[in-house]
Design a protein around this ligand. Structure first.
Ligand SMILES: Cc1cc2nc3c(=O)[nH]c(=O)nc-3n(C[C@H](O)[C@H](O)[C@H](O)COP(=O)(O)OP(=O)(O)OC[C@H]3O[C@@H](n4cnc5c(N)ncnc54)[C@H](O)[C@@H]3O)c2cc1C
Length: 554
């Protein structure tokens, strides 16, 4: 059914004139941006779908009424909270985009150590409110300007502090969801009228159903409010800072220490990190600055910590023999932060860290111990507010390899992976050439330690068709190599299969063809069944990975 004036007026009656638009200029800005992914050819061969209208609901009641109208008129809908992800945008024609920015309340329940948040409450503000009462949250790796609710309802949601605070599935408590049929579901303790504190029972225990194996990607309705677990913050009521934009540094007390741990070999690295998983002393662990690339990371740190620093200075810094020595020292490294609760606790954590380094042949990089550098790292990683820098080299990037999971397996192939990327960087000009190894990510994607969350940053120009194509070719080459090594699905492909090359979502037949080949296809069979029960009209796009049960050959 074409999107008629009558439909528009019905939606307008729900949200009010000021909170709905269908002007071409506004709808155009709600197309999935090419810069976010090499997965499709964006503004070149095709156009990604554009919503028929954009709606800004202001309450659960309004969301419910919008969804009911979508059912009545068979209009697709997609909610997005902070739009960092490609899967927050619609994938079909005849859809409306829900932009949740009007719903942004935050309530901190200090006693139960939870934050009850609406979709547009961003990580930075939730963190600032929580710190006032000695608490904090795991800000997902996408950064503090993203919505913790969106990552928790919609995606994986791990970040640098997951080692001490867990990831989205571990932090999700009671939630309020408008299901795709317009019914409102209240989960966990909330569903039993007992408040927000518990994700499972005494009310409906639907956390696993709603999150699926990697978040519901906005495909199972709209989450309007959620309680998220908070964690102890052993620091002041805010993060004091000094310096000049953009090179701010944190002025935290000396129970906070940021170190860059270096290792001679990848095997030592894996050993050191697994000992850190066991030791349970880290507040945070993340390989961050290697995203700039093995050859230029120290140059980038010099530039970023200097308020007058310019990217044009990279050649000068990389030619500096002293800096090159530091860069070589940091070839295989990771950033960690410890945060002692008492003086004794800080001393204990320091001692354990030194013992881990002794046992794994590691060391602390001296350059990163300089006060300004340490304070820069503390602010960068605790606040997680520098995500613009992910795009600094070429304006766009996509993660590939994704040598996550068991780090003893990935450690064995790190140099081979780096060599493959380096070769591609030198022989083709479509991706940034910055040293092959640009592996980065969290020391653990679950609380306490376990599987890692790593990816190789592949920087490209999303406004150059050849660069997009070259990146896609490189990912195909990566997948060929990974298949040969038995390493599973390349992360670039995992992201690419969210959206077709023409910008539209995949059909069920295409999903079936892809997911039947997964090492564990049964997961997607379960997701199919969940989707058929909760969203039988398939009103929220096709990002949710599903496999038709009859196609499963197990
Ligand atoms: C620079 C960058 C770094 C990243 N690093 C990490 C990382 O370290 N760890 C990690 O896990 N992921 C990471 N990602 C992926 C990221 O977590 C997801 O893209 C994230 O969900 C996007 O954040 P957002 O808060 O803007 O969500 P949105 O883009 O708003 O939404 C994300 C998904 O959730 C759905 N959604 C949003 N709001 C709602 C709602 N109210 N109800 C129901 N569904 C909703 C959307 O439809 C969409 O499918 C990264 C992405 C980027 C761009």
């Amino acid at each position: 059914m074409a999107f008629s004036n009558e439909m528009y007026q019905a939606f307008e009656a729900v949200v009010g004139k000021r909170n709905i638009a269908r002007d071409l200029g506004i709808r155009e800005t709600y197309r999935c941006a090419a810069a976010q992914s090499s997965a499709h050819y964006g503004p070149y061969n095709h156009r990604t779908p554009m919503p028929e209208a954009v709606l800004l609901p202001g309450s659960t009641e309004e969301v419910k009424n919008i969804v009911r109208l979508c059912n009545k008129y068979d209009v697709k809908f997609k909610a997005s909270s902070t739009f960092w992800s490609a899967m927050g945008f619609i994938t079909d024609d005849n859809g409306v985009q829900l932009d949740m920015r009007r719903m942004r309340s935050i309530e901190i329940d200090e006693k139960n150590m939870i934050a009850i948040v609406e979709p547009y409450a961003i990580g930075a503000v939730v963190q600032a409110e929580a710190m006032k009462v000695g608490l904090t949250l795991n800000v997902p790796g996408v950064g503090c300007s993203s919505s913790p609710l969106a990552s928790t309802a919609g995606w994986v949601g791990f970040g640098p502090t997951s080692i001490s605070m867990g990831c989205a599935s571990e932090n999700m408590l009671g939630a309020e969801w408008v299901l795709p049929n317009g019914e409102v579901l209240r989960t966990g303790s909330l569903g039993a009228g007992s408040g927000w504190f518990c994700g499972e029972g005494p009310g409906p225990s639907t956390r696993a159903i709603l999150r699926g194996f990697q978040g519901s990607t906005g495909s199972l309705g709209v989450c309007t409010k959620m309680a998220i677990r908070l964690h102890p913050w052993p620091g002041p009521t805010h993060i004091p800072s000094r310096g000049v934009v953009p090179a701010y540094k944190a002025d935290l007390p000396d129970n906070f220490k940021a170190y860059t741990l270096c290792f001679k070999t990848w095997d030592d690295y894996a050993k050191g990190l697994s000992l850190l998983h066991e030791a349970e002393i880290l507040f945070l662990g993340h390989r961050q600055f290697n995203m700039f690339g093995r050859d230029i990371k120290t140059a980038m740190l010099k530039i970023l910590t200097d308020p007058d620093g310019q990217l044009a200075e990279i050649p000068e810094y990389t030619a500096d023999p002293e800096l090159k020595k530091i860069n070589d020292d940091m070839k295989i490294e990771i950033q960690v932060i410890i945060a002692g609760v008492t003086r004794r606790d800080t001393d204990y954590k320091e001692k354990v860290l030194d013992t881990v380094l002794e046992m794994s042949g590691g060391w602390k990089n001296q350059f990163m111990l300089e006060k300004d550098m340490m304070d820069y790292v503390l602010l960068y990683l605790i606040r997680l507010g520098h995500k613009n820098l992910n795009y600094a080299l070429c304006g766009a990037y996509e993660g590939n390899y994704g040598l996550s999971g068991n780090m003893f397996v990935s450690a064995k192939v790190m140099e081979e992976a780096a060599a493959l990327k380096r070769k591609w960087e030198l022989e083709h000009t479509h991706i940034a050439a910055h040293g092959g190894d640009s592996d980065m990510g969290s020391i653990s994607i679950i609380g306490g330690g376990g599987p890692t969350g790593w990816e190789y940053f592949t920087n490209f120009d999303a406004h150059d068709k050849a660069s997009i194509k070259g990146t896609a070719d490189f990912f195909n080459e990566t997948q060929r190599w990974m298949t040969e090594k038995g390493l599973g699905v390349d992360m670039g492909h995992w992201n690419q299969d969210l959206r077709r090359e023409d910008g539209y979502g995949f059909t069920q037949e295409q999903h079936d063809e892809m997911y039947v080949k997964l090492p564990q296809p049964l997961v997607t069979v379960y997701q199919y069944k969940v989707r058929e029960i909760i969203n039988p009209k398939h009103l929220c796009g096709s990002y949710y990975r599903t496999l038709t049960p009859s196609k499963y050959k197990g």
